[in-house]
Write a protein that binds this ligand. Structure first.
Ligand code: FMN
Ligand code: SF4
Length: 500
């Protein structure tokens, strides 16, 4: 029987993948459920195994199945998209972290191993902890959750901290607008995240780990829980991992819908059972984190990049990228874009290449006017900045940030003053309330922009707005209040005409 692959990723399920899978099974296909390849405009994307590789069909609606089967879908001869790996969207990428996503059955430990899984963990367990930390440092890996802090330095701090008890926490709160890579990795290749966290545990001397997942991700939660149970059964978690000296176990904890719980100290508060409120730093979590113990807090993508680094060597990872942004990152195209989805490629790709070459411009067919990169606290950039390379330092110099790699596209109907207002409104809604510049400043920001839009003392209020932005940047306790001025200022700078 031919193997037919249908994603079980929630993006594919939301457009009918379950029904398509059931119909294909009834038609005689041996259906294997996978993650998504990240070409979201082609979902549900059905792939058929052939001697040359997997042939793709998509988007396949339930009502298309009979016709496609009659035309030869089950042996890959029906006219379709051709070999999936040969599609330009796929060929132009360098999939290291996402190599198995969309390829393997996410809950099959055998599939994980058959596709190179656990090679990184085995390599790590053969090394002393300090050498594992050394490899991560040499790879140049920086945190993919937003701040871009070097992962090796963070791990070194936890390794050097003296404590009987240490933790590894994975931040899977993924609250940024236009981001979904954490979710896709957890739903499409959960064993790689487990592997990355286990390597981190060995590297720093932790015995216990937590994955903090937002409640809006029921499929990711269920997949991670099932994968953890399967990993325990295989001896990949628990006492003596893979027969080594390491004991490490993992637990999933579910958030309750607050954006601020993605901020690492708020996440730790929430994990401890309290309301998600930011803690003052220092002490940093690497010294006093979960339950006051030294804790690694890393994003899903940071941890999931580690197995590749250990399996293929730090130098191979560091070879990719530009400047101090090494390796690949998983960029996410969303908003008003013709081809939305996941692009994993080396740092240095330009904004224009991502939005136009991969994304195909807007879905509405109108000209692109602005893109917001790095979530709700990221800058709005005009088309004139499309030569900007995706690189932490280049973005910082342009008054922007790469953040978690989300890119939200807007066409020429967007009102940028309304978007600036939204940044303050979002901050007012999501502020944890601990410090005044953010709690009060966000509300004053909304009021000031309303006055500007109403033409009330416009010049005076623009100066006031700038003052408020300086105060929030300099005076906020965390990056929530500290970065809200970024979208506001970039909107005023690049789209001044919308404030007149
Ligand atoms: C308001 C706010 C929200 C954040 N949300 C997330 C999030 O959803 N996921 C994440 O990984 N990091 C988030 N961060 C960054 C974390 O505080 C932290 O830097 C990160 O989890 C560290 O992991 P990394 O070094 O692997 O990036 C957020 C930060 C702030 C200020
Ligand atoms: S900046 Fe905002 S979210 Fe951060 S601690 Fe202050 S009030 Fe809380």
């Amino acid at each position: 029987m031919t193997r037919v692959f249908v994603p079980r990723d929630s993006a594919a399920r939301s457009v009918g993948a379950d029904e398509v899978a059931a119909l294909l099974e009834r038609a005689g296909g041996e259906v294997v459920r996978t993650g998504s390849r990240g070409m979201l405009w082609l979902e549900p994307l059905v792939e058929v195994e052939t001697p040359d590789g997997r042939v793709g069909y998509g988007p396949v609606a339930p009502e298309d199945v009979d016709g496609l089967v009659a035309a030869g879908l089950l042996d890959g001869t029906a006219p379709g998209l051709g070999l999936v790996e040969e599609l330009e969207w796929m060929r132009r990428q360098q999939r290291l972290t996402f190599a198995r996503v969309g390829v393997v059955d996410p809950l099959s430990p055998d599939d994980h191993e058959a596709h190179g899984g656990n090679a990184g963990l085995r390599a790590a367990l053969a090394l002393p902890p300090a050498e594992v930390v050394g490899a991560v440092t040499e790879s140049g890996l920086r945190g993919r959750g937003g701040a871009g802090f070097p992962t090796g330095i963070k791990w070194r701090t936890v390794l050097d901290a003296e404590s009987e008890l240490k933790f590894v926490c994975c931040n899977a709160d993924e609250g940024d607008s236009g981001t979904f890579a954490d979710r896709m990795l957890m739903e499409g290749d959960p064993f790689t995240l487990i592997e990355g966290m286990t390597i981190a545990a060995h590297a720093v001397g932790a015995r216990e780990g937590y994955i903090y997942i937002r409640s809006e991700y029921p499929d990711a939660i269920a997949t991670m829980r099932a994968a953890i149970a399967a990993a325990r059964e295989r001896g990949w978690l628990g006492e003596r991992v893979l027969g080594s000296e390491l004991s490490f176990d993992l637990h999933v904890r579910v958030g309750a819908g607050a954006y601020i719980c993605g901020e690492e100290t708020s996440m730790l508060e929430s994990l401890e059972g309290r309301r998600g409120q930011v803690r003052a730093k220092p002490p940093i979590p690497a010294i006093q984190g979960l339950f006051g113990r030294p804790t690694v807090v890393n994003n899903v993508l940071s941890l999931a990049a580690v197995p590749w680094i250990l399996a293929h060597g730090a130098a191979a990872y560091a070879e990719l990228g530009v400047g101090r942004s090494r390796g690949t990152s998983v960029f996410q195209l969303a908003g008003n874009v013709a081809r939305g989805g996941i692009v994993e490629t080396a740092f240095g790709v330009t904004l224009g290449e991502l939005v136009n070459d991969f994304g195909g411009g807007t879905a509405s067919g109108r000209p692109v006017r602005a893109v917001q990169v790095g979530g709700p606290l990221g800058a709005y950039l005009p088309v004139s900045q499309f030569d900007l390379p995706l690189d932490y330092e280049a973005f910082a110099q342009a008054g922007a940030m790469v953040g978690h790699g989300g890119i939200v596209v807007f066409d020429d109907t967007v009102d940028m003053a309304a978007m600036a207002r939204f940044a303050f409104e979002f901050c007012a809604e999501e502020s944890c309330g601990k410090c005044t510049p953010c709690r009060i400043g966000a509300v004053r920001g909304v009021e000031t922009i309303d006055k500007i839009r109403a033409g009330q003392d416009r010049e005076k209020n623009l100066v006031l707005l700038d003052d408020l932005c300086t105060l929030m940047t300099d005076g906020s306790l965390c990056a929530m209040g500290g970065l809200t001025p970024m979208p506001v200022r970039s909107a005023v700078q690049h789209f001044a005409e919308d404030f007149r």
